[in-house]
Ligand binder design. Structure first.
Ligand code: ATP
Length: 336
């Protein structure tokens, strides 16, 4: 079974990226019969990030994070989206068979329109064509490698349905009896929570509300945790763990027993200051060994680059001949 997932290179990787995407993906890649494709979504980053330095730094940080988290580049196809030119080429061909009405309904686009309307602005203010048509690029990412399974957060279910829709349209229009594209299935892991950020919204690189995974060293972790918003209950007062963002983060990194213990301590009146210290110590125990690997990798960007180049070559061994077939199917020169 082929599994594919990517992370946008729009900032420093955070606890949410790790618990929600990297940790389960690396675990899945170790299972037998899983052919994993993990990529750095740097074309996607350009949709929301116009700071070249941030995109460049993020590429390196996210690559080092995947590797420090245990990704085995020998086993997994690990590549940078922009090193595979067949992906944007396929994206254009898919753009030409995608109805505009389908994109009008995409959540990411609609969310921006809703925000604009709520502010009394023009509906499309600040919306670029990248944001509008990004489900097509996402479809190209997935369909290029005929992935069967795509693990995503709930917010991405609709975009994955669009990828299936686009694949079906292509197969129907150009297939002449052949299904060029596999219809990908969404994989939602019920156990993986969406981690809240420092301000209570979803932890997200583009909201600047994150707790960085490794960047900033051991000191950054307690400093960021100290900024998590908590309610005003004083030490000694019972606290509702389930309503607390701090607890949700702890839970994503703890065993059920540890989680129960923490829940009881909060109910028994542990102060938020102590709860924050406890979360910081707990995370440090888990993250410190990986951070060491991360620092070593960040000191050696050439090694990361070599790994990514080898991954791109591996990806293109599939993408190049497949793209030739697609070109031929739509009537373009075959390119060989
Ligand atoms: P951006 O702000 O650029 O969208 P992001 O930090 O929200 O970045 P993505 O790069 O879009 O994250 O997503 C990469 C992966 O990390 C996805 O699988 C997504 O579901 C997961 N992820 C992102 N944020 C969280 C979170 N707060 N909790 C759990 N998983 C998350």
């Amino acid at each position: 079974m082929r599994v594919l997932t990517g992370i946008t290179t729009s900032g420093t990787p955070h606890l949410g990226n790790y618990a929600g995407a990297i940790r389960p993906a690396v675990a899945a890649s170790r299972q037998p019969n899983v052919d994993a494709f993990f990529f750095l979504a740097d074309y996607h980053a350009l949709i929301k990030c116009d700071d070249p330095q941030r995109v460049a730094a993020s590429r390196l940080e996210i690559a080092a994070t995947w590797l420090a988290a245990g990704l085995d580049p020998e086993k997994v196809t690990f590549y940078r989206q922009s090193d595979v030119p067949e992906i944007p080429e396929l994206s254009w061909i898919l753009t030409c068979i995608t109805p505009k009405g389908l994109m009008n309904r995409a959540h990411a686009y609609k969310a921006s329109v809703d925000q604009n309307e709520a502010r009394g602005d023009e509906p499309d203010d600040g919306v670029n064509m990248g944001l509008f048509s990004y489900p097509v690029l996402m479809a190209a990412d997935i369909l290029m490698f005929n992935a069967n399974r795509v693990p995503v957060g709930r917010d991405q279910i609709q975009h994955l349905e669009m990828a299936r829709d686009i694949a079906q349209r292509f197969n129907h229009q150009y297939g002449a009896g052949r299904d060029y594209f596999v219809l990908p299935d969404v994989q939602i892991d019920e156990d993986v929570a969406t981690l809240p950020g420092l301000d209570g919204r979803k932890m997200s690189k583009s909201y600047n509300n994150t707790i960085p995974l490794f960047e900033g060293g051991a000191k950054a972790l307690p400093n960021a945790i100290a900024r998590i918003v908590t309610d005003s209950r004083a030490p000694g007062e019972a606290k509702d763990a389930e309503a607390s963002h701090l607890f949700m983060i702890y839970k994503a990194f703890a065993t059920p027993q540890e989680t129960d213990h923490f829940r009881r301590e909060l109910a028994d009146g542990m102060g938020w200051g102590d709860a924050k210290k406890k979360l910081a110590t707990h995370l440090e125990t888990i993250l410190a060994p990986m951070r060491e690997q991360y620092v070593t990798l960040m000191d050696n960007p050439e090694r990361i680059e070599d790994i990514l180049q080898a991954g791109a070559a591996k990806a293109r061994r599939l993408a190049t001949p497949f793209m030739q077939e697609i070109r031929e199917a739509v009537g373009l020169r075959n390119g060989t």
